[in-house]
Design a protein around this ligand. Structure first.
Ligand code: 5GP
Ligand code: SF4
Ligand code: MG
Length: 458
């Protein structure tokens, strides 16, 4: 997954983009980058790690009234600076810089076609095919080049692109990933989530619509809907896990969505006689509060998260996961000792983190641990931007619920039903992708899913 931010027509475009990226850091911590455009000339800085790790001197040297930025999520095997974004190239129509959130499902085919006719690629990212296709287009305007580039592209994309002096924003026709438009002193500001508008003081104007391309240049703003309408497939996992609770995405509040998920969970899978409910911070905080509100079981802070353990310090190998969990979380004995507890989490993917957390909670004295999950079981990989592992690593794809309960070491286990989940999110239940929960994939799977996981890191 990734976070994207862009602004045009503001003297402090770089500073605003940096701030915006800080509040989109949860969408990606592997690399960060900013491209700034001054009088049509673009320069960029990309670096591995967090936004705060970006080289200050180089950032201070960036100038321009147009800037786009990107935070990239970690994916297996693709952790390299070549795959950091924004991608920046020069073309006969001027520079092209691109920041992408999502995954293209037919990038392999598109790339093979381009390579066949002589293109060479600088990264393993699916996003790079869009840049190549734009550069090849003979259309006069940047937005027309983008239409040409996106014509045969399948899959998920929220894009911010600068070409010469134009800023382009685009969202795929199914609207998989969020993208919003705000305004600051008249300047348009685009961001993955509204929390990035808030941090720069921009007011939310509207979402970039699914299938829409917005072009901003010296002549103003133009909106196009060049593609066939498709059925809406907004990612329900954004509401469940990914987006920040202070954001509004897909026409609704993430906090309200998570509380509703938690309340529905309490209705579907109550725990009679429980002493307390707690969350696995931070992603399930709002859902656990919803569970507590609906059930009347007191909400407690039983797990404390250490926010200062850098991701780079933590090795992703399976063997070190238990140590990783202990570095990241600790349990409050005074809250848990002798108690029948409800542990709420937003999702179970591999089950390894959850298993280690359960042992931590038992170690702090809990007498019974009842696990409640504010989403349906994850039974399939995501091809549209979230880096879920392959099917054989997903615990719910290979085990039934009793086996999962046993494997996690909990006294009872309850997942939200798919219907309950979809009914709980704002503007649900229709218009959402739920493929990783239901197996109902809106597109053909990529021909080489592993290669495509390189993606934008998404
Ligand atoms: P598991 O027990 O499956 O190893 O981990 C479950 C935890 O992973 C939950 O707390 C959930 O919030 C978190 N999670 C769910 N999806 C993702 C993801 O795509 N990336 C990361 N880093 N964590 C995730
Ligand atoms: Fe979201 Fe799952 Fe669909 Fe991927 S497969 S877009 S994570 S709902
Ligand atoms: Mg979590």
């Amino acid at each position: 997954m990734c976070g994207i931010f862009g602004v045009r027509g503001h003297d402090d475009a770089v500073g605003l983009t940096k701030l915006g990226l800080f509040s989109l850091q949860h969408r990606g911590q592997e690399s960060a980058g900013i491209v700034a455009v001054e009088n049509g000339a673009a320069r960029g800085v990309r670096s591995m790690g967090l936004v705060s790790d970006m080289p200050l001197l180089q950032l201070e040297a960036l100038r321009g009234t147009l800037a786009i930025g990107h935070t990239r999520y970690s994916t297996a095997g693709s952790s390299s600076i070549e795959n950091a974004q924004p991608v920046l190239v020069s073309s006969r129509g001027g520079h092209i810089a691109l920041a992408h959130n999502g995954n293209l499902t037919n990038a392999g085919e598109l790339r093979a076609d381009l390579e066949e006719s002589g293109s060479i690629f600088a990264s393993s990212m699916d996003s790079e095919v869009i840049v190549h296709r734009m550069a090849r287009s003979n259309a006069p305007l940047p937005e027309e080049k983008l239409v040409d580039a996106l014509r045969d592209v399948e899959g998920a994309y929220s894009l911010l692109i600068s070409m010469a002096d134009t800023l382009l924003a685009a969202r795929d026709p199914r609207g998989w990933r969020p993208l919003v438009l705000g305004r600051l002193n008249g300047a348009p500001v685009f961001a993955s989530e509204t929390c990035a508008l808030d941090i720069v003081g921009a007011t939310f104007e509207r979402e970039v619509e699914p299938g829409e391309i917005i072009a901003v240049d010296a002549n103003g703003e133009r909106s196009l809907f060049p593609f066939e309408r498709r059925e809406l497939k907004r990612c329900v996992f954004e509401h469940v896990y990914f987006a920040r609770p202070d954001s509004r995405i897909f026409g609704g509040s993430v906090d309200r969505a998570r509380r509703a998920l938690g309340r529905q969970l309490a209705r579907e899978c109550p725990v009679p006689g429980a002493d307390l409910v707690f969350s696995v911070p931070d992603s399930s905080n709002s859902a656990a509060i919803g569970f507590a509100e609906e059930s009347g079981v007191p909400y407690e802070l039983a797990l404390i998260r250490n926010h200062y353990v850098g991701r780079t310090f933590i090795q992703p190998s399976q063997a070190s996961r238990i140590a990783k969990v202990r570095l990241k979380f600790s349990a409050v004995r005074e809250v848990l000792d002798g108690k029948r507890v409800v542990m709420v989490d937003d999702s179970i993917v591999r089950g390894t983190t959850t298993r280690a957390l359960v042992s931590l909670v038992r170690g702090a004295g809990a007498s019974e641990v009842h696990m409640r999950v504010s989403s349906a079981p994850v039974t399939g990989p995501c091809y549209y931007g979230i880096d879920t592992p392959s099917r054989d690593e997903l615990i719910a794809a290979t085990h039934n619920q009793e086996e999962i309960r046993d494997s996690l070491g909990v006294d009872s286990l309850g997942y939200l039903t798919l219907d309950g989940m979809l009914e709980s999110v704002p503007s649900g239940p229709d218009g959402f992708c739920h493929a990783c929960f239901s197996g109902d994939y809106p597109t053909a799977p990529p021909t080489d899913p592993n290669k495509l996981r390189f993606g934008c890191g998404c």
